[in-house]
Design a protein around this ligand. Structure first.
Ligand SMILES: Nc1ncnc2c1ncn2[C@@H]1O[C@H](COP(=O)(O)OP(=O)(O)OP(=O)(O)O)[C@@H](O)[C@H]1O
Ligand SMILES: [Mg+2]
Length: 287
């Protein structure tokens, strides 16, 4: 983020409660959630299966509406019907399964699908689609049928479709959970670049702790409540925080901790096996 002076609340969640109800029962999934997301933040929402992650993020562009409390985007209430289209232009949503998000016969048409409904001049649509394709590294695949792409390329096509609508914020609900490791890394890199190079606010749901380490801010949910809100480094610094969230500490963090206890002078903030290997090679070359 570029500094405190430029911070501004994009999303404000206030005393949010949500229940899925049918005719016979009511099940309270979110309990008194309070949360502000500022422009330009790079945030992950982490928590075990069924804790309410998807339910929470679906409130952020009005796909679900609060049972009690409120959600505001740029000051507009999501339960104010007149504001919904403005809110959905500000906050785009990418889901888990890329196959359910692609409709057209070629990549370029798919990327243009959302922006074509925004009543913009043809030339502007073309420019936006070009930009979105380029920022996801998909220009060379523009005439390919989406079903012939890899999982990572499909998910990047879905993200490009949202980008073409030029949102301020992208919410991604476990976008890499159906992808192989190479595609996962590609998608993560592309998302980080969107945040760093284009200032797009990112809210990224996962239950993968290794992915969560890459974010600036980590919000942990358990049983519909926020049980931690801070940096990933702080979250994994004390066993009580992951325990409260029902999360197992990533092996890389445990390994670095044990090596440090045994006197290996490693730098702080090692997040991946590759970074650990580099750090150990560095130590060897200094000996
Ligand atoms: N449409 C629905 N109707 C009734 N209950 C639902 C519905 N969708 C989700 N739930 C329930 O609400 C709770 C929270 O679900 P949610 O999908 O938000 O969890 P999650 O943290 O995203 O889980 P996962 O990690 O598996 O994606 C779960 O107990 C789930 O069974
Ligand atoms: Mg979910």
């Amino acid at each position: 983020m570029s500094g405190e002076a430029t911070l501004k609340n994009l999303i404000e969640v206030c005393n949010l409660e949500f229940s899925y109800s049918d005719k016979v029962s009511e099940y309270r999934v979110l309990k008194d959630i309070n949360l502000n997301i500022q422009k330009g933040e790079f945030v992950t929402v982490l928590g075990p299966n069924g804790c309410g992650k998807s339910t929470l993020v679906r409130h952020l562009n009005g796909l679900l509406l609060p049972t009690a409390g409120s959600v505001k985007v740029n000051g507009f209430l999501t339960n104010d019907e007149i504001s919904l289209s403005t809110i959905r232009r500000s906050v785009g949503m990418v889901f888990q399964n890329p196959d359910t998000q692609l409709f057209a016969s070629v990549v370029e048409e798919d990327v243009a699908f959302g922006v074509e409904n925004m009543c913009l001049p043809r030339a502007d649509i073309k420019i936006r689609v070009e930009k979105a394709l380029a920022s996801m590294g998909l220009t060379e695949y523009r005439y390919h049928p989406p079903h012939r792409l890899s999982g990572g390329q499909k998910q990047k096509t879905a993200i490009a479709g949202i980008l073409a609508m030029e949102p301020e914020c992208i919410v991604l609900d476990e976008p890499t959970s159906m992808l192989d490791p190479k595609s996962r890394a590609e998608v993560m890199k592309a998302i980080r670049e969107l945040n760093l190079n284009h200032g797009i606010t990112v809210i990224y749901v996962t239950h993968d702790t290794s992915e969560a380490l890459c974010f600036d801010r980590l919000i942990a949910l358990n049983s519909g409540e926020i049980v931690f809100d801070g940096t990933p480094k702080k979250f994994f610094s004390k066993p009580e925080y992951p325990a409260r969230a029902g999360i197992i500490v990533p092996p890389i963090i445990e390994l670095v901790e044990r090596l440090t206890v045994h006197g290996v002078a490693l730098p702080p903030d090692i997040k991946s096996p590759e970074e650990l290997v580099d750090a150990i090679c560095q130590l060897n070359s200094e000996m």
